[in-house]
Design a protein around this ligand. Structure first.
Ligand code: 5AD
Ligand code: SF4
Length: 460
């Protein structure tokens, strides 16, 4: 009789890169003979993997509080194994074991390819010596080396994707920007680009498997350069645009300084490339931008926005903002508010500054009291809410191409999809129309809300 497969469960914190890494962890483990269990069956898992994020203190705290709960679960089931992967694992390494000695395996974001082997090893040891670490058994498995070209191995891993029609595809790993607040260059290492051929091959396979939308992923996709030196990011987009079967292409995330004229041309000229760009501004104050080491001033940013909108008036633009960076004055904050009013983003992600250990900004003077940052964040979010609602309402009456994603979470009789500009549209479909994930329909927008649009099939 075939031996029953060991079961694993993955819980992911953080950004899209991390969610995609989890798909790769799942791919690696499935190839190594393990089987994945979903949310409801966590307690049946032989191994629980936390893929962690350290970008802000809050993300880290959330992970630690969930890890604390696992400690109790492990007490009830000593055979359970716990692996911690991702950015907290990378950053803390062995230190994590001092804080949570019941953890069995640690792997940084660049070492997820070794997880299949590490997990196999700790599970074998469990059979040989139940209780493992807690019982004075063999030591935990730690892999947080950042080697020569480490990101490459994880970029080539087979990802186990769970949902159609969209798929993430890694094009580069790591980051060389060193914004002074950011932990990413320390957790994900230096920038490494994936060969263009391998990216395009993966896209072709995805199309064959029925995926219809691809999001090219990297910490700073605009600085993509193929290792062979034969193409930059606009060239890659042109090649990607020719992959048959894929209907839409997106990319995240961009750095304003590296957003080239070539990319602006591509955004307006390629059929599948969607009319949306996420372009983190971070602050509207030049003094703060300089201390953040962003290497642009607001006027440069505005110039790029003008050129993008000149090329493509309907483009949607989203951004990230940090409130309460060290030394941020009331005047700096006003400059950010004014920039938001002037640019009118389609949506923003805004965060309170969080000091990350080891980053230059964590040692900057002028740390603001938490209430001040919180107050500024609230003002930013309230202002943007008004702008987003206004912009969404302005779409009422227009016709938008919507790619169906699946049933609307809140109303199972309705369907949900996205416009090319990345806005969610909920709509009720005529039952005679059989629509499945990845189909595109032209919908009339009948209502603009703050976080979504409501659409309907236009009268014939
Ligand atoms: N504190 C607050 N926000 C941060 N971000 C990155 N590092 C920090 C930090 N230390 C935000 C930036 C970035 C987004 C992914 O997270 O806005 O664009
Ligand atoms: Fe979090 Fe940054 Fe790591 Fe993503 S890359 S998981 S945002 S710390």
């Amino acid at each position: 009789m075939e031996k029953e497969k060991k079961k694993f469960y993955i819980r992911t914190f953080g950004c899209q890169m991390n969610f995609h890494d989890s798909e790769k962890i799942s791919g690696v483990l499935s190839e190594n003979g393990f089987s994945e269990v979903q949310d409801g069956d966590r307690d049946k898992a032989d191994i629980i993997i936390f893929n962690t994020c350290s970008i802000r203190e809050k993300a880290e705290q959330k992970f630690f509080s969930e890890l604390g709960r696992l400690k109790r679960l492990k007490r009830q089931r000593p055979g359970l194994k716990i692996a911690v992967a991702g950015c907290v694992a990378q950053q803390m390494g062995r230190e994590l074991l001092r804080r949570a000695p019941f953890v069995d395996c640690i792997a940084g974001p660049q070492n997820i390819h070794s997880l299949g082997h590490s997990i196999g090893r700790i599970l074998l040891e469990r059979e040989a010596q139940p209780g493992g670490l807690d019982n004075g058994g063999p030591g935990p498995d730690i892999d947080v080396n950042i080697g020569e070209n480490p990101g490459l191995a994880s970029m080539e891993l087979p990802a186990a994707r769970k949902k159609k029609p969209g798929a993430w595809v890694s094009i580069m790993y790591g980051c060389d920007n060193f914004c002074t607040y950011c932990i990413v260059p320390f957790t994900r290492g230096r920038e490494v680009c994936r060969p263009a051929g391998s990216i395009l091959d993966e896209m072709r396979r995805l199309a064959e498997d029925g995926f219809r939308e691809v999001t090219l992923l990297g910490q700073n996709v605009n600085s993509y350069r193929s290792p062979a030196g034969d193409t930059g990011f606009p060239g890659l987009l042109e090649m990607a645009d020719r992959v048959g079967g894929i209907k839409r292409i997106r990319f995240v995330t961009s750095h304003p300084r590296d957003l080239s004229e070539g990319l602006i041309e591509a955004v307006g000229g390629l059929e599948k490339l969607c009319e949306h760009i996420h372009l983190p501004l971070q602050s509207g104050s030049d003094a703060v931008l300089a201390r953040m080491n962003r290497r642009y001033i607001l006027a440069d940013y505005m110039d790029k926005i003008d050129r993008l909108r000149g090329r493509l008036p309907g483009i949607s633009i989203t951004t990230d903002i940090i409130a309460g960076f060290p030394g941020e004055t009331e005047e700096d904050h006003r400059a950010t508010m004014a920039a938001l009013r002037r640019i009118e983003f389609d949506g923003i992600f805004a965060f309170k500054y969080s000091a990350r250990p080891g980053t230059p900004a964590s040692k900057f003077p002028g740390r603001l009291p938490a209430e001040v940052s919180a107050g500024r964040l609230e003002e930013i979010l309230a202002l943007q809410d008004e702008i987003t609602l206004r912009k969404n309402m302005a779409l009422e009456g227009s016709i938008e191409e919507v790619m169906v994603e699946g049933p609307d979470e809140k109303n199972k009789n309705c369907l949900s999809g996205r416009t090319r500009t990345n806005k969610i549209v909920n709509f009720s479909a005529d039952p005679s129309m059989v629509l499945s994930a990845g189909d595109t329909v032209a919908l009339k927008i009948i209502r603009g809300r703050r976080h979504s649009l409501e659409g309907e099939l236009p009268a014939p």
